[in-house]
Write a protein that binds this ligand. Structure first.
Ligand code: SAH
Length: 219
């Protein structure tokens, strides 16, 4: 799917990636479309070269500016939840970060609208997505708490940062039949799924998680 230059060697090789996929299966990830992409998308290009030997460990890693690339299990779990009811055509993503989750969504063929409040992170993410020839992504430098009203409503919404409560603007931009997946809470955070069905928002709390905070304004 990606150019040979992204294939990786040693700790970023195909074998190392297969080990990660095996671990994710053991931890309950079942969606083959997601597992295939975890194997194919070169996570090592999303982190600093000094950390690339850890890129296929199932851990979060620092990406600068006090932020982290999400743990592969979390990315897989959220993606699996997001596409479970039906494959969305459009997704609003809050918190581009290094762009790894963005790449997984784009590689699924989804049109991604990704908002980030730290400009240098977003610029680097944009370049990586270009390098991977994933062009079905639009980026916006803004406080994602307002969503992206001119492009909505969205079939699905995903956030990788945790607010005390889900901003009303995000729910307003969810299309009927749509699904939102994000962490909610401050000290104690829960991975939460909200389905917009029959004019009602139905929320379900899944498992405890640990994300960076959802911060307001831009940096
Ligand atoms: N999936 C990303 C996660 C990055 S961490 C990755 O794997 O790299 C979460 C990101 O959310 C950070 O980059 C942070 O700057 C961003 N963020 C936090 N609050 C935000 C907000 N209100 N709007 C947009 N981005 C936000």
């Amino acid at each position: 799917m990606f150019d040979a230059q992204f294939a990786g060697v040693g700790m970023t090789s195909q074998r190392t990636r297969e080990r990660l996929v095996k671990r994710l299966r053991e931890k309950g990830i079942q969606d083959e479309r997601v597992l295939t992409l975890i194997e194919q998308v070169p996570r090592h290009i999303f982190v600093d070269e000094a950390l690339s030997h850890q890129a296929y460990d199932d851990t979060a890693l620092p990406i600068g500016y006090g932020q982290t690339i999400s743990q592969p299990w979390v990315v897989a779990r959220m993606t699996e939840l997001l596409i479970a009811p039906k494959m969305p055509q459009t997704v609003l993503e809050i918190g581009t970060g290094c762009g790894y989750q963005t790449a997984i969504l784009a590689a699924l063929g989804i049109k991604v609208f990704s908002v980030e409040r730290i400009k240098p992170l977003q610029d680097a993410a944009k370049q990586r997505l270009r390098d991977l020839k994933l062009h079905n992504v639009q980026f916006k430098y803004a406080d994602g708490g307002f969503g992206w009203p001119s492009q909505g409503p969205f079939d699905a919404i995903l956030a990788a940062c945790s607010p005390a409560e889900i901003p009303a603007e995000l729910l307003e931009q969810l299309a009927p039949g749509g699904r939102l997946v994000m962490p909610v809470g401050e000290e104690e955070q829960w991975l939460t799924v909200v389905d917009y069905q029959d004019n009602e928002f139905v929320a379900e709390r899944l498992e405890p998680v640990k994300f960076v905070p959802f911060q307001r304004g831009v940096e």
